[in-house]
Write a new protein. Structure first.
Length: 145
């Protein structure tokens, strides 16, 4: 993982986080957030994965269903945010659209992704904190504003 701060003005910081073959995106993002003390940021990325695991939230059961992706795919779009949980630890919420060889796409909540050959992530840290807490109605951990 390579990190470079691109800008820092008026409390708004912009980083480039570049992942390489074999890096696991969610673990790297959590490590980055801890190292930089980020508790409120948005992120976007493009690149490719060797394999990935997506999640789909089943509303009736209030549970995530795993969607394994065991193939080389393009990361056509990756968007999300970094907040903190009730204990102050990084809380990542990332969605992704993955393109297959035939042009079809898969989309969902990103559980894991093994990078190959690269993932280019832009992180924009905001001066405000994003706090996530458990919501009893949905069973999800949601941002509280």
């Amino acid at each position: 993982m390579m990190i470079r701060k691109l800008d820092d003005q008026n409390g708004l910081k912009t980083y480039a986080v570049i992942l390489e073959t074999g890096d696991e995106v969610m673990a790297c993002l959590e490590e980055f957030a801890r190292a930089e003390g980020i508790d409120g940021a948005e992120l976007s990325a493009i690149g490719a994965f060797r394999r990935a695991s997506l999640l789909y939230f089943d509303w009736e059961r209030k549970e995530y269903e795993e969607i394994p992706v065991d193939a080389q795919v393009e990361v056509a779009s990756l968007n999300g945010d970094i907040g903190v949980d009730e204990h102050g630890a990084p809380a990542l919420h990332v969605h992704v659209v993955l393109g297959r060889r035939d042009g079809s796409a898969l989309a969902g909540h990103l559980k894991s992704g093994e990078v190959r050959p690269t993932l280019e992530i832009i992180v924009i840290e905001t001066p405000s904190h994003l706090r996530r807490t458990h919501d009893a109605t949905t069973g999800l951990t949601l941002i509280q504003v």
